[in-house]
Design a protein around this ligand. Structure first.
Ligand code: NI
Length: 137
């Protein structure tokens, strides 16, 4: 794949804001401003796409008690019903009582959020998070 052509541009900021930015990106591990600014812009685009229902990718992570068989069946049924946005599921047996599932998703932000919300609401699910990232476009 060809690397996209980089374009230089000038930015004017208040000195104090720039110092805070440099301190922030230093703490985040960036060694130059360009990558930090590009990442912040992409992060805004992901947030915007998610809010407007545009395409996003992400991971729904859930922890549940696997002794409650009705939870397991419900979660499986829901995943089969959302095969169009679920691209992979990884199941980990956390300990004797608990299972962890990482469900990789890709699709419109609203559908991804609806799936994450409905998984979270299943009785027996102890914790759930949705991490949203770029679909790569
Ligand atoms: Ni398990």
């Amino acid at each position: 794949m060809n690397r996209p052509k980089l374009v230089r541009f000038g930015v004017s900021l208040e000195g104090d804001l720039l110092r805070r930015f440099d301190s922030y990106i230093g703490a985040e591990g960036y060694d130059n401003r360009s990558k930090a600014i590009a990442d912040l812009i992409r992060k805004e685009f992901v947030t915007d796409a998610f809010a407007k229902g545009g395409a996003v990718a992400g991971a729904v992570t859930i922890v549940y008690d696997h002794h409650k068989r009705e939870v397991v069946n419900k979660l499986l049924d829901m995943q089969h019903d959302h095969g169009n946005i679920i691209i992979s599921t990884q199941h980990v047996h956390l300990d004797h009582d608990n299972c962890l599932e990482i469900i990789a998703v890709k699709g419109p932000g609203a559908k991804v959020k609806a799936l994450a919300d409905s998984l979270k609401a299943v009785k027996g699910v102890k914790h759930s998070t949705l991490s949203v990232t770029s679909a790569g476009k």
